[in-house]
Design a protein around this ligand. Structure first.
Ligand SMILES: NC(=O)c1ccc[n+]([C@@H]2O[C@H](COP(=O)([O-])OP(=O)(O)OC[C@H]3O[C@@H](n4cnc5c(N)ncnc54)[C@H](O)[C@@H]3O)[C@@H](O)[C@H]2O)c1
Length: 240
């Protein structure tokens, strides 16, 4: 089981969830110290690598190394992502590229590297991280475009993988309490939480539970879905 961006946040929560089921984990992140910390928390048979998913060569080497160690590639979780918010007219090329390179190009690199192995073994689970922002979000032209791209790619890979026992799904998290949200002050978090129908920000374990299902044998007939895990925020305006 391979997870990108496993050093903190949702990646770490999923690593812990999968480790609890005895999965053999191949975790990567750009941050070496954090991914090693995740591995220590998981215990057991964990392989850690420093990989920038935006770099195709690094991804190819990581996937080849994982398959050499584990003999198989059953599950790929495309979780790595960054935000660089700005309004359209102020957005720089660097901000655009940083977000698209990690979320979208990174997903492409990882899927392309893993897919032939999954196809050959007749089994695979690919799970990719979109966001509630894929439908559009103020100040996130880069992130919304990348996360909508994740949906398109996930659904296309679902079609290409279907005859070979390879599923491809996406999760679109709402507001989840990870370091990605940590820059926000208490007042900002409370304001956001009040807009969630369930009236609270989600916990990383809420995402890990959904991921565990989509990556399981039990989800064998589920492919091409985008699962909103967001306390109902994507339902839209509640007039009250
Ligand atoms: N937290 C939320 O509320 C939320 C909401 C919607 C979507 N998401 C998505 O879920 C995923 C995980 O988010 P999170 O909140 O855990 O984020 P996070 O910032 O807490 O963690 C992201 C991890 O990805 C790693 N990373 C960054 N660039 C990388 C690269 N080029 N190669 C490899 N690793 C890299 C980081 O070092 C970090 O460990 C992201 O794709 C994010 O866009 C999160």
């Amino acid at each position: 089981m391979s997870i990108t961006g496993a050093g903190q946040g949702l990646g770490r929560a999923m690593a812990l969830r999968f480790a609890a089921e005895g999965a053999r984990l191949a975790l990567c992140d750009v941050n070496e110290a954090s991914v090693k910390e995740t591995a220590e928390e998981c215990g057991g048979d964990v392989r850690t690598s420093v990989v920038d998913v935006a770099d195709a060569g690094q991804v190819d080497a990581w996937v080849a190394g994982t398959i050499a160690s584990f003999g198989r590639a059953d599950v790929l979780v495309n979780n790595a992502g960054v935000i660089r918010d700005n309004r359209l007219e102020r957005m720089t090329d660097d901000e655009w590229n940083a977000v698209v390179d990690v979320s979208l190009r990174g997903m492409f690199h990882c899927c392309r590297a893993v897919f032939p192995h999954m196809k050959q073994q007749g089994y695979g689970r690919i799970l990719s991280f979109s966001s509630m922002s894929w439908r559009g979000n103020f100040g996130q032209v880069n992130y919304a475009a990348a996360k909508a791209g994740v949906v398109g790619m996930a659904r296309t890979i679902a079609l290409e993988g279907a005859p070979h026992g390879v599923t491809s799904n996406a999760i679109a998290p709402g507001l989840i309490d990870t370091p990605m949200l940590a820059s926000m002050n208490e007042a900002g978090r409370a304001k956001l939480a009040s807009r969630v129908p369930m009236k609270h920000i989600g916990d990383p374990t809420d995402i890990a539970e959904a991921a565990a299902y989509l990556c399981s044998e039990a989800a064998r007939y589920v492919t091409g879905v985008v699962l909103d895990v967001d306390g109902g925020i994507s339902i839209g305006s509640a007039l009250r």
